[in-house]
Design a protein around this ligand. Structure first.
Ligand code: 5GP
Ligand code: ZN
Length: 121
């Protein structure tokens, strides 16, 4: 399933460098880049390189990866200028307002006001 989804998946294409993005972090398992349509002065997307649709389809094998994603959020939020805190959002499935079906964490921060984030269409 991972391979089948990846050809048409926008985040798989970003991971492979087929679509440009403003990356702020990359390692062997993760990439982090600025959201193309930011809802706040700092709006990052933490994206695993492996294609997992959402937390709904995550399993025990993803536990270390998920922990790494969580711990990266405060570090990158601070590094990118969200010095007084940040919001972490994970939309899961159509009912959760997810639009890109490749697991990602939104990291939002910086001075208000923030744009109202879409909760799905
Ligand atoms: P979701 O609603 O799935 O949680 O959020 C998907 C996010 O991906 C949206 O905030 C949207 O702006 C962002 N996004 C969609 N396509 C692209 C893209 O090609 N590049 C970047 N940088 N962000 C994208
Ligand atoms: Zn993908």
């Amino acid at each position: 399933m991972a391979e089948a989804a990846s050809a048409s998946c926008v985040f798989c294409r970003i991971v492979r460098g087929h679509i440009p993005s403003r990356k702020v972090y990359e390692d062997d398992e993760l990439v982090v880049f600025h959201d193309i349509h930011p809802a706040a002065p700092v709006h990052l997307l933490i994206v695993p390189k492996v294609h997992v649709e959402s937390l709904i389809s995550a399993t025990g094998e993803h536990e270390p990866l998920l922990g790494k994603m969580l711990l990266l959020a405060p570090r990158l939020a601070r590094e990118q200028g969200a010095t007084d805190g940040f919001r972490l959002i994970v939309n899961n499935g159509p009912g959760g307002g997810q639009e890109v079906f490749h697991l990602h964490f939104h990291v939002l921060g910086g001075p208000r006001p923030w744009r109202h984030m879409s909760v799905g269409r």
